[in-house]
Design a protein around this ligand. Structure first.
Ligand SMILES: [Zn+2]
Length: 520
């Protein structure tokens, strides 16, 4: 899934996490049923409130007969009960029973790891005074089945119910946290070391192997990345086949995505990973995706994303069961001089073959940077980058060379042709892009600078193809992401090639890439 510019769910998001900003615009978009006395303009707000109150008192007075004290006292608002039920991938169902002077009932929620708070209004009938015998029954189905509102299963939500009374006083429930699981299945879990694997069906052994892969990855990569092994809890949702997985991803709306193999997706700020456990490389995928999550912790303070070649390169370096495809593609890329300069790989190229070459390149360069410059260098680089330093500045400080310099060293190391000036001219068009483009899904409330967790994967490329002209292919300046990885192409090379090429039909894109290299 290629990115749309939808960094924020703007209709229902506010930077103020505590109170709904009461503007007239909310009236037009909320589901709250305005009454006849609720005038369509902002001006008569006070009048409206008085009118509602009068109406309520009259109603109450009628109901309670001659008891004049009851008329004078408005029952205080009480939230009798409330609930939220995950209906992912379709949505979240909120409900609440409320008594007292009820003007408006709101569900306010946030996803742990994201900054933004969302809210929406529960439908409950008319604003009025509700009694315990007949409380206001508020309901809201908050849909998540659009790309902009997509939530990966396994995220943790915190929500509370807010009730506004006619005097403008806000009454809140205590915040409640819950994991939003995929509602299509009954889940079991195995967990250890801060990682919980959700699985369904008789696949405990497989789930346990994913858990062990996660723990092994943390052991391996925490020191490399310079992070503590302990961190926020991580949830892994393991699916048993591609179809299950596809329906849980944001890609599911794309017709072509049925043909794609999404083995895993990482949602770093949310500490959530989806893995297709039916794959014979599932543990490799698990470790790759988990490394994205760990890497994002190392650079959570950075002002831009780690370039994709390093993000994917480290994820593959952390892969405990890597396939051979990337190496083979890399050799092909080296032999045919198709290796793109690192400076042009802030995002991956559009051509699927070059994407796989770039994964291989990323892993090879990451291994080179981790293993051939002395211990602690990668952690030091990430620490510098995390302290708001630019990437090249961080590189120079720690490695003594910038990306281009590292590129040259690596090419010498593996025996690739040196960078040519012709190729390098591409660099200025890519290098100044200050942020390497935060990817989409994480942008839903995440710090735009936080992390590169899910990254351009091979799988999004085909989705991209029908919409992007060939001439755009190498640019990829659209908001990239979708968050996921073509982590470990387990298929034979030929199969991988066929799958990607069939999916994309990319001859034009390849030509374009060549054209760029040749002519710029
Ligand atoms: Zn990845």
């Amino acid at each position: 899934m290629r990115a749309r510019k939808h960094a924020h769910d703007s209709t229902k998001q506010t930077s103020n996490p505590t109170r709904p900003i009461r503007r007239i615009t909310f009236r037009t978009m909320n589901r709250f049923k305005t009454t006849a006395v609720s005038a369509p303009t902002k001006m008569p707000r006070l009048i409206t409130r008085i009118a509602v109150a009068v109406t309520a008192i009259v109603a109450f007075g009628l109901a309670s007969g001659s008891d004049s004290t009851a008329i004078a006292q408005t029952p205080s608002v009480e939230i009798l009960n409330h609930s939220a039920v995950s209906k992912l991938p379709d949505g979240i169902e909120f409900s609440a029973n409320v008594v007292g002077d009820v003007e408006e009932v709101t569900a306010r929620f946030s996803i742990i790891g994201r900054r933004a708070t969302q809210y929406d209004y529960l439908e409950f009938g008319e604003p009025a005074i509700y009694s315990t015998a007949a409380p206001a029954n508020g309901n809201l189905f908050y849909r998540t089945d659009t790309l902009a509102r997509y939530l990966p299963p396994g995220v943790t939500m915190e929500y509370r119910i807010e009730v506004l009374d006619s005097s403008g006083t806000l009454h809140e429930s205590e915040p409640t946290q819950m994991v939003l699981t995929d509602s299509r299945f009954e889940w079991d879990t195995v967990s250890d070391g801060g990682v919980t694997v959700y699985f369904h069906g008789p696949v405990t052994t497989r789930a346990t192997s994913l858990l062990n892969a996660s723990l092994e990855t943390i052991d391996n990569m925490a020191p490399v990345l310079g992070i503590e092994p302990e961190g926020a809890p991580i949830t892994v949702t393991m699916y048993n086949n591609i179809a299950e997985m596809t329906d849980a991803t944001a890609d599911r709306s794309g017709a072509i995505s049925r043909e794609l193999i999404t083995e895993g997706q990482a949602f770093s700020p949310e500490n959530t990973v989806l893995v297709q456990g039916g794959s014979n490389r599932a543990t490799g995928t698990m470790s790759h995706e988990l490394t994205h999550v760990l890497l994002s912790r190392a650079v959570s303070g950075a002002r831009s994303s780690v370039p994709v070649w390093l993000n994917e390169g480290l994820a593959e370096y952390g892969n405990i069961d890597p396939g051979v495809s990337y190496d083979t593609y890399l050799e092909w890329g080296i032999d045919t001089n198709r290796i793109l300069p690192l400076t042009s790989l802030g995002t991956f190229p559009g051509d699927p073959d070059l994407v796989i070459v770039s994964y291989g390149l990323g892993r090879s360069v990451a291994r080179f940077m981790v293993e051939d410059f002395g211990p602690g260098k990668m952690a030091a680089l990430l620490a510098e980058f995390n302290s708001s330093r630019r990437f090249d500045e961080s590189m120079i400080k720690v490695y003594g060379v910038d990306r281009r310099g590292m590129d040259e060293l690596w090419r010498e190391f593996v025996g690739a042709l040196p960078l040519s000036d012709e190729v390098v001219i591409i660099a200025p068009t890519s290098a100044p892009m200050p942020t390497f483009i935060p990817y989409t899904l994480d942008n839903l409330g995440a710090a735009p600078t936080s992390t590169p967790g899910p990254q351009a994967k091979a799988t999004p490329e085909p989705t991209d193809a029908p919409e992007v002209e060939a001439s755009d292919a190498p640019e990829h300046e659209d908001e990239s992401g979708g968050g996921g990885c073509f982590a470990a192409p387990g298929a034979p090379i030929e199969g991988g090639m066929a799958f990607l090429i069939v999916a994309v039909g990319s001859a034009a894109a390849i030509r374009t890439v060549r054209g760029k290299i040749t002519h710029l």
